[in-house]
Design a protein around this ligand. Structure first.
Ligand code: GLY
Length: 419
């Protein structure tokens, strides 16, 4: 099969790495890809958000299957456009991807179908939002309705901070039209876990749970990032909690989307908080999480192409998906200054040595004019290791990360140990 993966970060490298192991995949392409992806797939210079360009290229080059990995092209309807062109595509159509693209939609869905989540209200007028914040008090959470590169959520410790966040989103348009509508919700407490599920719209197959580390610095301090590292499985996610999540959250969500005429095919990301009252939904994403994807796919034994095809064909109930009975850890190596200002274009050394004991997924890299690997983003690499125990996986990921160097490299030293 000729397969195209859309995207160019650590998530897409992990997907390409796993697809390249499938005997079914004879030619693998990735658009736009990166320097690491180029080792397992042919990179094509098309932006992930260029729906028309991607569909034309896939048609002209007779792709048998396309995997749409990032949120933006899903929300823009890339899967719908590929299907209309007769090309099977993995990922939700736009009318189901809205579960990530609109927080107001997802909160309304949860309320309608009694899926546990924080109490909330949606606002389109600033003065009403400010009055609600005043009445509710702090801590309180302010969320931009639309996609905002993971930055549209403010957990405000004070009423003033919450009001400022609402003003920045609704008045100053800090996130453009994404903040015209805001969701204001109660602050939940408890450990956070991620569960990614494969689904064909009817059957739900959870992957091993994982735990992201979103703050930039050790001790969960500093600004929010896309994720500085992840472990799988998190010790707090017990089999009893997993069963409750399946019954109260995962199946009800997939059933709700189908009932609403928005069947969801692809990977649905459940950001969960294990509160004293039980597990509740913090957020949904319409795709694999990153870096969670890197650690979770490292634990997958089955053929990922079989799973993607079963999700598209509606035959997921016939697959027996197998996982390594091990634990995993990914440590993100970022550019100094990320997630704010950072430099790009620094040479990276030690990749080969690190690759002897871990899998190094590339997130923001590019090839220089002499074929050397250069930094090209905020999150640069994800050093991923698996081992029979979680401690073993954490130690192995950090040991491998020690071999890698680039100017101003930043990493957290407490992945898997900060909770
Ligand atoms: N790591 C969080 C996300 O992918 O949204």
């Amino acid at each position: 099969m000729k397969v195209l993966v859309v995207g160019g970060g650590g998530r897409e490298h992990a997907i390409c790495w796993k697809l390249a192991q499938s005997p079914k995949v004879t030619q693998l392409y990735c658009a736009p890809g990166n320097a690491g992806i180029a080792q397992v797939a042919q990179c094509i210079d098309i932006k992930a958000t260029d729906v028309d360009g991607m569909v034309s290229w896939a048609k002209e080059n007779a792709m048998d299957f396309v995997v749409v990995a990032p949120d933006d092209p899903l929300a823009l309807g890339m899967v719908d456009a590929l299907e209309a062109a007769g090309i099977p595509a993995f990922g939700p159509r736009a009318n189901a991807a809205i579960i990530e693209a609109s927080k107001a939609f997802s909160k309304e869905l949860m309320q309608k179908y009694h899926i546990p989540t924080a109490k909330y209200q949606t606002f389109t007028e600033l003065d009403k939002a400010l009055a609600y914040i005043e009445a509710q008090g702090a801590p309180i959470v302010v969320k931009a309705d639309g996609l905002a590169l993971g930055k549209g959520v403010v957990v405000a410790a004070t009423v003033d901070e919450a009001k400022q966040a609402a003003r920045e989103m609704m008045e100053d348009k800090k996130f453009g039209p994404s903040g015209s509508t805001v969701v204001i919700e109660a602050c939940m407490t408890g450990p956070e876990v991620t569960v990614l599920v494969f689904t064909d719209g009817k059957t739900v197959v959870p992957m091993p749970a994982s735990q992201d580390h979103k703050r930039a610095y050790d001790g969960n301090r500093g600004p929010n990032t896309g994720g500085m590292g992840a472990i799988s499985p998190p010790p707090q996610y017990t089999p009893e909690i997993a069963q409750r999540c399946m019954e109260e959250i995962f199946r009800p969500t997939i059933d709700a989307l189908r009932t609403e005429g928005r069947p969801f095919q692809g990977v649905l990301y459940f950001g969960l908080m294990l509160t004293p009252e039980g597990p509740k939904v913090v957020e949904y994403n319409a795709r694999f999480g990153d870096p969670e994807c890197q650690v979770v796919l490292s634990l997958l034994e089955s053929d990922l192409m079989d799973i993607f095809q079963a999700c598209v064909d509606g035959t997921l109930d016939r697959l027996d998906i197998r996982w390594k009975q091990e634990a995993g850890c990914v440590v993100v190596l970022a550019s100094g200054g990320y997630p704010l200002d950072y430099q790009k274009g620094y040479p990276i050394s030690g990749l080969e040595e690190a690759g002897r004991t871990a899998t190094v997924f590339h997130a923001g890299t590019k090839l220089g004019s002499h074929g050397e690997c250069l930094t090209n983003g905020g999150r640069v690499l994800g050093v991923t290791a698996t081992a029979p125990t979680l401690d073993g996986a954490i130690d192995a990921a950090y040991a491998a990360a020690k071999s890698i160097h680039f100017q101003d490299m930043h990493l957290r030293t407490d992945i898997g140990r900060a909770f």
